[in-house]
Write a protein that binds this ligand. Structure first.
Ligand SMILES: Cc1cc2nc3c(=O)[nH]c(=O)nc-3n(C[C@H](O)[C@H](O)[C@H](O)COP(=O)(O)OP(=O)(O)OC[C@H]3O[C@@H](n4cnc5c(N)ncnc54)[C@H](O)[C@@H]3O)c2cc1C
Length: 337
């Protein structure tokens, strides 16, 4: 394992790995990984680039942060400056460089909406390249960095374009929290505080004292299905009441994975050996203490299988699996159904 403090060190490490025929895994903060019990056989390249600068241009804040900066300090900085665009992403662990990979999102915002440009090392050419936000193939919890260009780029910095308009207030949880009492016009700081409080109550802020926060956040994405599949679900799931569904792109419907998991028989606080489900959040699989990666994967498979058998819907995992190579259970988790 090597920590690169500047992009040139990362290029040197890549050359070393090439010369020695070693695979490379790029590590940010490690908050979205399930690492196999046997580890990763190759070079772990930890991105430790630091630095952040802001410029105010025509009422917008242009914030550029190096990939190794802790994400929440960057969010805090944008909120302190009074600019909107990242406030709902408060309290998410990890680094700046990790955020474009799965288009990090929460409470009605995702980074795709505010990423202006990304600077990265292209591993194919070892050159520094600049990608615009629209070049990144962003969609729900997805980008080209997770798809066709997996392993190709090492993000060195991300530039965000933030605005001075109202904060985003689209999630009922956030609105309800602010309603006690509702400030006349909630500021970005009000929204950040509300989001942090809600996340803490769900074990979604890393806290050494809170066993429920030993997770990768949500383990499964919310399935997005076409309208016909949703109508079929309404019929098959009738005994559970009307399944919640939210309009998504092209007439498709997003179904909360938490609803499916709980109706399939997995409650908050569910325990399976040293692995389990958070007592506060049905989507967070947790290490209750000493769990192996295998135990986490087995629990994840059990949940996916039961949801598939009950509702005919294939949950897909959010985290990145490292060192599992041709593992059959992980392959099952990653396929649609
Ligand atoms: C308690 C908790 C709550 C969470 N809540 C949310 C949430 O609300 N919304 C959400 O979207 N996510 C959430 N997550 C998931 C996670 O925090 C984010 O995905 C985060 O952005 C991952 O960043 P990281 O630096 O830790 O990346 P890592 O976990 O280190 O890596 C994740 C992936 O990104 C790649 N990567 C990392 N850095 C770089 C880089 N510089 N260049 C190229 N590739 C890189 C890695 O190779 C890997 O493929 C949560 C996780 C936890 C533990």
């Amino acid at each position: 394992m090597v920590t690169a403090h500047i992009p040139q060190e990362a290029v040197q490490a890549l050359r070393w790995a090439k010369e020695h025929g070693r695979d490379v895994f790029v590590l940010g903060g490690g908050s979205n990984l399930v690492v196999a019990d046997r580890g990763f056989d190759g070079l772990v390249l930890h991105v430790g680039f630091r630095g952040c600068h802001v410029r105010s241009i025509d009422g917008e804040l242009h914030l550029t942060a190096s990939a190794g900066e802790p994400w929440d300090t960057v969010v805090a900085r944008s909120v302190e400056a009074g600019f909107a665009g990242l406030e709902c992403l408060s309290g998410i662990p990890g680094t700046v460089g990790g955020t474009p990979i799965q288009n990090v999102g929460a409470y009605g915002q995702d980074v795709a909406n505010v990423i202006d440009t990304i600077v990265a090392i292209d591993r194919q050419t070892e050159q520094i390249v600049q990608l615009s936000g629209t070049d990144c193939g962003f969609r729900y919890r997805w980008s080209r960095f997770k798809g066709e260009d997996r392993h190709r780029f090492i993000v060195t910095s991300v530039s965000f374009r933030l605005h001075s308009q109202e904060p985003t207030l689209s999630y009922p949880d956030v609105i309800a929290h602010l309603a006690r009492p509702l400030p006349a016009a909630p500021s970005v700081a009000d929204v950040r505080h509300a989001v942090l409080a809600i996340r803490r109550s769900k074990g979604m802020v890393i806290d050494a004292q809170d066993r429920d926060s030993r997770s990768v956040g949500s383990f499964y994405m919310n399935p997005v299905v076409d309208a016909q599949v949703y109508r079929e679900l309404e019929r098959t799931a009738a005994t559970f009441g009307k399944p919640p569904g939210f309009p998504a792109a092209d007439g498709s419907v997003k179904i909360p994975a938490a609803w499916l998991i709980e109706r399939a028989g997995f409650h908050k606080g569910y325990v399976r050996g040293a692995a389990g489900i958070s007592t506060k959040h049905p989507l967070a699989l947790i290490n209750r203490g000493g769990a192996s990666a295998r135990e986490i994967v087995e629990l994840a498979v059990m949940i996916k299988r039961r949801v598939a058998d009950t509702f005919g819907i294939g949950l897909l995992p959010e985290p990145v699996f490292v060192g599992f190579d041709d593992d059959e259970s992980v392959a099952y988790l990653q396929k649609a159904l």
